[in-house]
Ligand binder design. Sequence first.
Ligand code: ZN
Length: 426
Amino acid sequence: MYSHAFSLLFVAFLVLMLAVRFWLASRQLRHVLANRGAVPAEFAATITLGAHQKAADYTVARTKFGIVTMFVNAAVLVGFTLLGGLQWLSVQVFGLTGGGMAYQIGLLVAFAAISGLIDVPIDWYRQFRLEERFGFNKMTPGLFFADMAKGLLLAVVLGLPLAWIVLTLMSSAGELWWLYAWLVWSGFQLLMMVLFPTVIAPLFNKFTPLSDETLKSRIEGLMQRVGFASKGLFVMDGSKRSAHGNAYFSGFGAAKRIVFFDTLLARLAPQEIEAVLAHELGHFKLKHIVKRIGLMFALSLAFLALLGWLKNQVWFYTGLGVSPLIAPGQGNDALALILFMLALPVFTFLFGPLASLSSRKHEFEADAFAAQHTDARDLVSALVKMYEDNASTLTPDPLHSAFYDSHPPASVRIQHLHRHPNMAHA
Ligand SMILES: [Zn+2]
C-alpha cells in the first residue's frame, strides 16, 4: 500500500523536477539567443560584440549539454531504483560476500564504482569537447586520468573508513545511531576543512606564496585596514587545467588561506586584485562562511534523523524497487544509505532557489564590503573582465538565474555597486 504510494510520489517529483529544469533551460536558451545580436547598452564600452557572442554560444552549448546530462542521470536513477538495478547489484554482492559488513561495504563500493564509470564519458565530453571548443580546456588526457586516479585514492583512504564507521553505528549503536553518525560526519567535515587546503588541494595543484612584492604590500595594507590576520596568500596554477580564472578562500583557524588562480592574476591590475580580495575578505568578515557551515551542520542533522526513521520503513525500500529482505538478519543499512542519496535530491530540488537566493544576498554584501574598503570602480572593472574571460552571459533569463545562480547576474551586481555611496564621491 504505502510502497505503491511512495513509488508514485517519487515518480511525480522526478517528473516535476525534469519538467521544471527543462522549462528553465529552454527559457535560458531562448533568452540568451534573443539577446545574442547586441551587447547590452551598459557594457557597450567595455565588452566587444565578439566576446558577447562567444559568451552566448558558450552558455547555449553548456545549457544544451546540461539537458542531456539531466536526462542521462534521470535514466540512471530510474534504472537503479524502479527498474531494479540496485536490487540486482545487491543480490550479486550478497552472493559474492555472503553478507555481513563485507556485503555492506561491497555494495557501497560497487554502487560508487558504477556511478563513477557512468560519469567518466560525461566529464570527458565536457572537458575535451565543450570546454575545448571555446578554448578553455588546458588539460591533457594524461592529467584527466591522473586526477581521476588521485580522486579514487582519496575516496578509498577517506571515504572507506568513514563508510565503515557510519555502517557500524547504524547496525550497533541503537535507536540514536543517527545522532552519533552526525557527530562523526560533522567531525569529518571539520577535518576536511583543515585537510583540503593543506593536503588535498596540493595533490592536484601547485600553491606558491604570492611573490610580487608591490602587490603583496598592497594586499597586506588592505588586510590590516579590515583587520584580517592571515599569512596565507597563495597563487594556484589553475592554468594547467582551465583558462577560467577565480579567487577563493578556504580553511579556518591557522589553516585559513586566500588562493588566487594564476589565470586571474595575469589578467587583473593590482588595484583590481585588491578589490577582488576585499570581496573575499567580506565573506569572511561578515561571517558568511561560519553561517554556511552552521547551516550545513543543521541540515545534515535533520537529514540523518530522517534517514534514521526511513531505514525502518519497509515501503522506503520496496517503493524504490528494492527488497529489504535480500539479506535477512544482515541489515539493510548500505541499501538505505544508497537509496537515501539517490532519492533525496528529487524531493529537495525545489529548495534550490532558496540556497541560490541566500548565496546571492551574501554576494551583494561582500561586494558592498569591497566597495567600502577599496575603490568600487576597481571591483566593477575586475568583474567585467572576469565575466568576459569566463564567457559568462550578460543576459541570463531572469527566472533561470533566480533558480540557479549563486552569483547575481553581472548587470545587477554592477548596478548595485554603482549605487554604493562610495561610488558617488570616489
Ligand atoms: Zn563572493
